[in-house]
Design a protein around this ligand. Structure first.
Ligand code: 5AD
Ligand code: SF4
Length: 456
């Protein structure tokens, strides 16, 4: 979501003549888009902003702006705390950003805009970037959240849930597909309740419409709240070919007592039931999740329930976090705060167990052929003169990362259009990725032979 918001920020600034540059030292304007979800993310904001003081001393004409959730949460306090800051714009102010920057350029002064619009005004003028930067793009389908989990700051900094009209979403995706984008990820805090308030039809309805758009090869979505995961949506995993077989389904805890105090409004048994249904409809679905350890009052027994849930579900990957107090979230006032050392120990135990599970699941894939969408040269890219290979990265429908070698003579000098889908035989498994070799002669998922070209 933050990546998407940053793209929107860039888009707005381009309308008044700004261009992205590759170093803050060359910038006339530095925009920091911030996250307030955990304390650590917020601390990073202050250390980054602190470092800009020197830059601004050297170049007083430089403008420094802060947007996103920390901006929304702190508002004017940010200006008071950071004397070299020019602009604070909240989560609903992106559409007004260009005007604010121009005003400061012309008249000087400092601006705080943390007004929250009601209704759907937040989506006005949302546009895809002019030039898609790769084969995959995010598309926001809703903003805000009405769930009020007791640890979470999102409903306070992003406001109430508002869904974007289907016509707007579909025309954005059609435009993206027309310009070569092959994969879209539909974004919302809780996509399962998409359109419920507005009467737009269900999220499953939207998925069905998106999957009819020409040129798209893959559709993903995130995030799903377990309490709202419907049978209709679960059935989409079997019915829609282009829907990737992956779901991110944050569970947060395996203890009913903790889930209740978190206000998650499902029980452990409900969660396990939904996982069972997903797997019966789509046996090879990848399931990933989020966990919080050390929620106030979490006992050793509660934590043991979480470990037990992790063992029984056998997730394909997880994100796990130590609980941190967030201003305005009710749990910050809960009794029974857990010691940092206990949180650390629990987090390490959880991540260790998951690492064993992922490695074991990845090893079981050695020898199999996976459909991989090539994203680009691997970050750890190397070019081996001796073997004339280049290392590329892509993802399976289950969202597993696969590194594969491109053989120079067969693949046009180790080059290939990002977005190409190819069959890769898996040869080696690691705890966070797989490595394999493309199968050149086998038909791919569209029944065509060889490497599926970007334009096909
Ligand atoms: N402390 C720790 N983790 C949190 N998350 C949300 N709020 C907090 C908090 N106060 C985690 C949840 C959520 C993910 C995006 O961040 O696991 O799913
Ligand atoms: Fe936060 Fe809960 Fe909403 Fe997710 S569903 S954004 S955790 S309040």
């Amino acid at each position: 979501m933050n990546v998407y918001d940053s793209e929107q920020i860039l888009q707005r600034l381009q309308t008044i003549g700004y261009r992205q540059c590759d170093s803050p030292d060359k910038a006339d304007l530095i925009v920091l888009n911030t996250c307030a979800i955990r304390e650590k993310a917020e601390q990073k904001v202050y250390s980054f902003l602190g470092r800009q003081a020197k830059r601004k001393q050297h170049r007083p004409e430089l403008l420094v702006a802060v947007g996103g959730c920390v901006a929304q949460q702190e508002g004017r306090r940010l200006l008071e705390r950071i004397p070299h800051l020019d602009l604070v714009f909240g989560t609903h102010a992106v559409g007004r950003l260009a005007g604010h920057v121009e005003r400061i350029r012309k008249n000087g002064g400092r601006i705080v805009d943390v007004d929250m619009d009601g209704g759907g005004a937040i989506f006005d003028g949302l546009e895809p970037l002019d030039a898609p930067s790769g084969p995959s793009r995010f598309v926001t389908i809703m903003q805000g959240c009405d769930n009020f989990c007791t640890y979470c700051v999102v409903p306070y900094v992003r406001g109430r849930e508002v869904s974007r009209p289907p016509s707007q979403i579909l025309s954005e995706i059609r435009a993206l597909a027309g310009s070569g984008v092959r994969e879209v990820t539909l974004l919302g805090q809780n996509v399962n309740s998409y359109g419920a308030k507005e009467g737009y039809g269900s999220f499953a309805d939207l998925l069905k419409k998106v999957s009819g758009i020409d040129g798209l090869a893959r559709i993903r979505f995130t995030t799903s709240h377990p309490k709202d995961l419907s049978d209709e949506l679960i059935d989409c995993f079997a019915a829609l070919d282009r829907l990737c077989r992956h779901i991110h389904l944050p569970v947060q805890s395996g203890s009913d007592r903790v889930l209740k105090r978190m206000n998650r409004r499902y029980r452990r048994a409900d969660y396990l039931d939904k996982v069972g249904r997903l797997r019966s409809v789509c046996p090879d679905i990848g399931i990933t999740s989020d966990f919080i350890v050390g929620f106030p009052g979490e006992s050793d027994e509660d934590f043991a329930d979480t470990i037990d849930l992790m063992r029984s579900v056998q997730f394909d990957g997880v994100f796990a976090f130590q609980y941190s107090d967030r201003p305005s979230a009710p749990a910050s006032g809960f009794a029974g705060k857990i010691d940092d050392t206990v949180k650390k120990r629990r987090l390490a135990e959880l991540l260790d167990l998951q690492e064993t599970i992922t490695l074991c699941k990845n090893r079981a894939l050695v020898g199999s052929v996976q459909q991989v969408m090539a994203e680009g040269p691997s970050k750890k890219n190397y070019f081996q003169e001796a073997h004339r290979t280049a290392l590329w990265t892509g993802r399976t429908p289950q969202n597993r990362i696969v590194h594969f070698a491109l053989d120079t003579p067969t693949h046009g000098g180790g080059m290939m259009a990002p977005g190409t889908i190819l069959n890769v035989r898996i040869e080696e498994a690691f705890s966070h990725s797989l490595r394999g070799t493309p199968e050149i002669e086998r038909p791919n998922q569209h029944g065509r032979k060889g490497v599926d070209s970007h334009a096909a």
